[in-house]
Design a protein around this ligand. Structure first.
Ligand SMILES: Nc1ncnc2c1ncn2[C@@H]1O[C@H](COP(=O)(O)OP(=O)(O)OP(=O)(O)O)[C@@H](O)[C@H]1O
Ligand SMILES: [Mg+2]
Length: 274
């Protein structure tokens, strides 16, 4: 008799923990967290400030070592990988966009240079022509005109353009998972919707999975399929977005929801900044 096997998830996080400090001052920033992300899935991680969202994102990017637990990509343990050489294959598949695009954008580099450098995680350095071709394609993908922005410095761009460049920088290597940590919090309301729609397009066009970290439940509702709720480092609730946000079970999620002004429909939602 054959037993149907569940597909291997893209990302599997198993009992992952990270503490900072020791003794009475020890902070359990991420505390025995387990979840999976399937290909093409958008998963939101929500929780109040200090709940461990960014620490979890940094662990998943392997910018920070876990205290215990495991991260698997396509079933392969990546927790033991160390250093740029071992990790660059992982970074071809897992990329990130952060909150403050100006801080992430080296002010001494032009847009073209920043995007070209991002290709350094590829196994074989691309030719000059390929670098240029991929840079232009990534810029077009995020709605920028390569001829206009390619040779500009960050201070010559608007905040929205810089955020798009940062998304292009993540895309250029063709990742399977994008970790977006509060990547719309510096945006005004209309730009925020533009960026959220851009993320939805990436999923649609490339079947990219996205881990969308936010403290804004309206945005989580707008983009995600599933929601994970973090509270003091722990995952206290997870499930399909409609269940978790419209019918929260955990007291903490109920409290979080009571702070949200009003969740409008998925179309045209512009969650108020809080
Ligand atoms: N490098 C560090 N050293 C010591 N403590 C840290 C470090 N990084 C994070 N922490 C602590 O871990 C906890 C979780 O922080 P984290 O930044 O992950 O929260 P967050 O959910 O992303 O918050 P926010 O919504 O404000 O971005 C906090 O108590 C924070 O002070
Ligand atoms: Mg954070």
């Amino acid at each position: 008799m054959s037993v149907a096997q569940a597909p291997v998830p893209l990302l599997e996080v198993i009992d992952l923990s990270r503490t900072f400090g020791s003794g009475a001052n020890m902070v359990r920033a991420v505390d025995h967290v387990s979840f999976t992300v399937q290909p093409g899935e958008i998963v939101a991680i929500v929780g109040e400030s200090g709940s461990g969202k960014t620490t979890l994102g940094r662990l998943l990017l392997r910018l920070l070592d876990p205290t215990s637990g495991q991260i698997r990509l396509h079933g392969r343990d990546v927790t033991t990988l160390r250093g740029h050489n071992e990790l660059k294959g992982y970074w071809q598949k897992v990329q990130a966009v952060f909150q403050d695009p100006f801080a992430a954008f080296n002010q001494f580099y032009t847009v073209g240079h920043v995007l070209g450098k991002a290709l350094n995680v590829l196994d074989k350095p691309p030719s000059r022509a390929e670098r240029l071709q991929r840079t232009e394609a990534a810029l077009r993908e995020v709605g920028l005109d390569p001829a206009d922005v390619m040779n500009k410095w960050p201070h010559q761009l608007s905040g929205g353009q810089v955020q798009r460049v940062m998304i292009a920088r993540a895309l250029i290597v063709g990742p399977e998972l994008l970790i977006a940590d509060e990547s719309t919090s510096m945006c005004d309301a209309s730009l925020r919707v533009t960026v959220l729609n851009l993320l939805l397009d990436l999923r649609k066009n490339h079947n990219m999975s996205i881990l969308f970290i936010t403290h804004d439940l309206g945005q989580a509702y707008y983009v995600s399929d599933r929601v994970l709720v973090m509270y003091r480092g722990q995952l206290v609730e997870q499930g399909p977005v409609e269940h978790v946000l419209l019918h929260p079970q955990h007291d903490y999620t109920k409290r979080l929801m009571s702070d949200v002004p009003l969740l409008r429909g998925r179309e045209g939602i512009t969650a108020e900044p809080n």
